[in-house]
Design a protein around this ligand. Structure first.
Ligand SMILES: *Cc1c(COP(=O)(O)O)cnc(C)c1O
Length: 402
């Protein structure tokens, strides 16, 4: 039996021993089942954060648990000096269901974006010469915390203190085609876009903007990169968010939900870019290891089952309608935005208070940019669970907003 600690004990000890990089809520999550988690004091929560869009199949999903268990018995890790059957299988499934021809595996979203940036620069220099290296991203974007991914992240609050940042990054405005046209030119190696900005406040890119990005990239021989680390893997009600727009990227990055909670990231590349990396050009010790890709296979198999994505779309309609009603009833200015089960509701500066009220009544949600409530329930959430979440949210509004 593991030693048992209370929330309070864990928080106190954590403050001593763990670096203070997160503004954490004072509770420790110790087990989960479906859409529900329990903290160290046995308090139960309905989880609409899902480990930040990671636990998309909910907690303790039997298929994921079985896959991890089997891999643990069979082989946890093998080097990429050898072929890894689970990795090959997952790459086949990802390419069969997307624009991509080949996949590179790593361990996180930031690493997947680093790989995308490196690949884009390498192929630009190879095909067009040394001066083609610029990366255009968007303001309010989020691409991760490693130095290049951080530089692509168009939010100065994350960059302050880490200068000098890598050179050659420019920022356009989301859904502003003119500003994109201004940033992209002969020197552009890649344009990187989240089809729905997650950390930036649940801001969807319009289909017209994505189409314009496709055109301007083609005009200048730049690669179009979609960062689907948060909005990919079924989150929007399609396997990949770009499917809603019909605009295909050249590169796409995945992470978060891909491993059902086991760390994994992936860079997917279309045929024309897929052979840029040759032996020695890029690598990751753990990338695509047998355990992580066992989990990845279980996750994608679940998501490809008939009816899974339709369920996401149906639950989205229920949650969206409920949030729209609350927005009207409580005279909120902003409208619900997002797609599928990544939805945002602007509530002004009361966001953090609403989050705290919800937590006290047993609902986990979070707030991006201090202003927008973000809802990321498990994709297999039930209608009853959504209705319960809406009830708890309304109770919080009654306390905080009225
Ligand atoms: C979370 C996130 C990342 C970074 O992923 P990590 O696994 O934390 O490195 C990158 N891009 C987007 C869109 C994200 O939401």
């Amino acid at each position: 039996m593991a030693e048992h600690f209370t929330n309070e004990e864990i928080v106190a000890r954590g403050k001593q021993a763990v670096m203070n990089t997160y503004g954490r809520l004072p509770l420790a999550l110790v087990r989960g089942e479906g859409s529900w988690v329990w903290d160290a004091d046995e308090k139960q929560y309905l989880d609409f954060v899902t480990g930040l869009a990671v636990n998309s199949l909910g907690y303790s999903h039997p298929a994921v648990t079985a896959a991890i268990t089997q891999a643990a018995h069979q082989i946890v890790h093998a080097s990429n000096l050898y072929w890894i059957p689970n990795q090959v299988r997952l790459a086949e499934k990802l390419t069969a269901h997307s624009f991509a021809a080949k996949v590179f595996f790593c361990n996180s979203g930031a690493e997947a974006n680093e790989a995308a940036i490196k690949l884009a620069r390498k192929q630009a220099k190879q095909n067009y010469g040394e001066d083609k290296y610029r990366i255009v991203s968007l303001s309010h974007s989020f691409h991760g915390r490693t130095l290049a991914a951080l530089t692509a992240t168009g939010q100065t609050k994350y960059q302050a203190g880490y200068e000098p940042l890598p050179e050659g990054f420019l920022y356009a405005q989301l859904n502003d085609i003119a500003s994109l046209e201004q940033c992209v030119g002969e020197q552009t190696a890649a344009v990187i876009i989240e089809p729905i900005q997650g950390e930036g406040g649940v801001n969807p890119a319009s289909p017209e903007f994505l189409q314009a990005a496709r055109e301007v990239c083609d005009r200048y021989g730049a690669l179009l990169v979609f960062d689907e680390v948060q909005c990919g893997m079924g989150r929007t009600g399609k396997l990949f968010a770009y499917e809603w727009s019909g605009v295909e990227p050249d590169l796409m990055t995945l992470a978060k939900a891909l491993g059902g909670g086991v760390p994994i990231g992936a860079l997917l590349a279309a045929e024309k870019a897929a052979s840029t990396f040759q032996p020695g050009d890029h690598a990751s010790t753990f990338g695509g290891n047998p355990l992580a890709t066992a989990a990845g296979n279980a996750v994608i198999d679940e998501m490809l089952r008939p009816g899974f994505l339709r369920h996401v779309q149906e639950m989205s309609a229920v949650l969206r309608a409920g949030l729209d009603d609350l927005a009207k009833k409580y005279f909120l200015d902003g409208r619900v935005r997002g797609e599928g089960l990544i939805l945002g509701l602007p509530v002004g500066d009361k966001g953090p208070q609403v989050v705290q009220e919800c937590q006290e009544s047993g609902l986990l949600i979070n707030c991006v940019g201090g202003q927008v409530l973000r809802f990321l329930p498990p994709l297999n959430v039930s209608k009853q669970e959504i209705q319960l979440a809406l009830t708890l949210l309304e109770q919080a509004f009654l306390k905080v907003i009225v």
